[in-house]
Every structure is written in structure tokens, then in C-alpha cells.
Design a protein around this ligand. Structure first.
Ligand code: NI
Length: 274
């Protein structure tokens, strides 16, 4: 019997919060059962570092690190005319390598909490649409960030995916939305990913949503260094803490943690081919 593992499907290990102990963090993740991590990407100028990190952390005592490529909605100003061709060139080159570890486009999406003007939101929608086109072109799943923008996010996803039959279109990362939104996204071929927010004392209604979301459509993540779970709240978050999210989910679903580990890992392996 193989030992169950967890997959942290959303982390930012390149951030300078880890500059002094990145290897220890990755070792600690591995030793806590986190066999694989998917590293999200916020800006094009991070990609080179992510490619390096994905080579450095390759199992062998560390969690195996896979990466995404994309531009975060709040980083929309970093996207210019050349960005699209730059990302295209990177994907063309890297995806041709037999041992590449690029497994998703993202994180992309809409963030109307941080960007409140019509012009900013328009630009976010524009680069969201462009990244969805990239994902379709390279047949990669999307990592979607959405905040205070459920209805526009859903409209855009419907426009692109309503008539596709794929159940591997991506994930709604760090889910904080409504039950209706979760179920509509699942209908469009997306998974729902829970972060440490699920463990917060104040997240009672979110736990109600998690009760309804089918386990076979569920992923777990940390979004570290942000959003440390309740038990570590206020501290720097790290991939090993995805264990707290799995424990919370096991309580919500009334199932053993091993079962939660097995199913969410199977889901992440299926969605991201990792
Ligand atoms: Ni993130």
C-alpha cells in the first residue's frame, strides 16, 4: 500500500518571505506528507525563477514542484503588447522539453476588491480572456483567482466553456464564493480549491458551501505565504500547513483524513497531470 500524500495546489515559494529558509520549507513540506506542490505565477518576470525552482525541487527529500505560467489580475499593469508574444514564446519553448513541469495557466481572473475603477476592471477582463485563449491553445487547465467579481467571472467562463465537454478546464483557487457560484463552475468543468480560509473561525458559511461541493471536485491549497490556517494564523504560511485544510475538510465531510488526502490528490493529479 502506498502512503497517502497531499498536494498543495497553490503556493508562491519564490516570494522573498522564503529567502532565508526555502529549502527547509520544501523539506518540511515533503516530511509532512506534501508530495507535490503546484507553484502559481503572478507576473511574467517570475517565470524564469519558477523554471529554476521546478528543477531544484524534484522530489528527493523535497516536495516535487510543478509550475503555472500567468499574470495575476492585480498585476494587469505589467501586461503590455509584448506580453502575449513573450508568454507564447516561453510556452512554445518549454512545453517542447520532455521533462518540463508547466502544468497550468495562471493565476488569472478578476479582482474587483483591489481594482475598483471601470478602466482597471476592463483591462483585467481583457487579459483574463487572453489567458483563457492561451490555456485552450496549449490544452492546459486554468488557475482562477476571483474576488468580488463572481458574476463577471462566470460570464467569461460560460462564454468560453459552456459548450465544451472537458472536466479539466481548471480550478477556482482559494474559493470564498457562494454555493451557486461553486456549482456553476463545476458544471463548466472546474474544480473548487479550499485554502486556510476554510479553517478560520469566521468562515462558517464557507464551511456550509464545502459541505455541498462534491469531494470528487475538490482540491486543497495553501496560497502561501498568505492566509495561514487558524491554528497558525498571523504567521507566515507554508505548504506543510495544507494538512490543516485537509483536517478541516475531513471534519466537514465526516470522513477520515486519509480519504480526504487520497481523493484530493487523485483530483489534482488528474487535473494537472502531475
Ligand atoms: Ni496566489
Amino acid at each position: 500500500m502506498t502512503t497517502p500524500i497531499l498536494i498543495d495546489t497553490h503556493a508562491h515559494i519564490n516570494f522573498n518571505e522564503y529567502d532565508s529558509d526555502r529549502e527547509e520549507v520544501m523539506e518540511r513540506a515533503f516530511n509532512s506528507g506534501v508530495g507535490k506542490i503546484l507553484h502559481s505565477c503572478c507576473r511574467i518576470n517570475e517565470i524564469e525563477t519558477l523554471l529554476k525552482l521546478s528543477k531544484q525541487f524534484n522530489g528527493n527529500g523535497f516536495s516535487d514542484l510543478y509550475i503555472a505560467v500567468g499574470v495575476h489580475p492585480t498585476e494587469f499593469h505589467s501586461w503590455d503588447n509584448e506580453s502575449e508574444s513573450e508568454i507564447l514564446a516561453i510556452l512554445d519553448k518549454e512545453l517542447a522539453q520532455p521533462d518540463h513541469k508547466i502544468r497550468a495557466i495562471g493565476e488569472t481572473g478578476l479582482d474587483y476588491y483591489h481594482c475598483t475603477t471601470g478602466a482597471e476592471q476592463e483591462k483585467q477582463r481583457e487579459i483574463f480572456n487572453k489567458q483563457i485563449e492561451l490555456a485552450k491553445r496549449f490544452q492546459l487547465p486554468l488557475i482562477i483567482h476571483t474576488r468580488d467579481a463572481e458574476s463577471d467571472t462566470l460570464n467569461i467562463l460560460e462564454a468560453h466553456f459552456k459548450n465544451t465537454k472537458s472536466d479539466r478546464n481548471g480550478t477556482i483557487h482559494c474559493f470564498t464564493g457562494s454555493q451557486d457560484f461553486a456549482l456553476a463552475c463545476i458544471e463548466l468543468g472546474f474544480f473548487i480549491s479550499w485554502s486556510g480560509i476554510l479553517t478560520f473561525k469566521s468562515s462558517k458559511s464557507l464551511r456550509e458551501v464545502a459541505k455541498v461541493v462534491p469531494l470528487e471536485k475538490t482540491l486543497v491549497e495553501t496560497d502561501c505565504p498568505f492566509l495561514a490556517p487558524q491554528a497558525q494564523r498571523g504567521k507566515r504560511n507554508e505548504p506543510s500547513y495544507v494538512n490543516y485544510v485537509a483536517e478541516q475538510l475531513s471534519e466537514i465531510k465526516g470522513l477520515g483524513k486519509t480519504e480526504i488526502m487520497n481523493i484530493t490528490t487523485q483530483n489534482a493529479e488528474y487535473l494537472f497531470k502531475i
